[in-house]
Design a binder for this molecule. Sequence first.
Ligand SMILES: N[C@@H](CCC[C@H](N)C(=O)O)C(=O)O
Length: 294
Amino acid sequence: MPSHDTFPFLKGHGTENDFVLLPDPDGTLHGDLAPGLVAALCDRRAGLGADGVIRVVRTAAYDDPAAVAVRDVATWFMDYRNADGSVSEMCGNGVRVFARYLADQEHVPTTEPLRVGTRAGVKVVRFEDDGRITVDMGEPDVDGETKVGVGERTWAASNVGMGNPHAVAFVDSLDDAGPLLEAPSYDPQVYPRGVNVEFVVRRGERHVAMRVHERGSGETRSCGTGACAVMVAAAVADGARSADAPAGADVAYRVDVPGGELTVTWTAGGRLLLTGPAVLVASGQVPYSFAPVA
Ligand SMILES: N[C@@H](CCC[C@H](N)C(=O)O)C(=O)O
């Protein structure tokens, strides 16, 4: 039962990339959203368990420059935090779950495009007739080759920016990267703020499968920005699109992740559209006494 001793939460996921949502329309939780609280909420044994926390706040109620900058065009801002409490610019699965929350709980219309503020700019969301959600993820930043490693093994990787950083490595088998209990190694000069690393195999024509180790969260069951980065690396490697001259016909890839299936379309105009499911699974109240003191 809601009370001033508790704050509300919801739990949701997109292809099993799971999130704790904290409805905070008036921005009253901001001061309390310390990294320690985020990490405690995401703890799978002692907390609610999640890959990240998404605070749902009105742009008008948040003084982050990214929210202030988009107040004229977006009512809502996705304040995304990784499971370790760190801040990220963007989350492709999270923004679909965020949109699902707004539709179900805040009654935003699903018949027209929804503009969501994020630290990577405004994302336009469309609700599909089949229940899936499509997000215009913008134009990728394709920035050459780098290297990633796990233990003794290293792989060439494509550096693809999706608002957040990604390194995409094609491997012979998804098992090659091992259990991914630790973050893969990467070049800190290329990625001074860390990186999300995707391992990819081909499954067929315009069909790939991936695993991901997410910056700040470890191995997860899916990553929407990661699926976009993987699609871009695959389309460029296949000659389906060129990194330098992305204009052409729309190209769509199916991207399998451990938690399901995503579709990424690289439009003729050079933008990436990410389509996939988004569900809310639970809601409840967290006692303020749960919050760690430090
Ligand atoms: N799972 C997300 C990405 C979340 C942020 C990422 N870990 C980062 O630090 O950049 C997605 O679906 O895109």
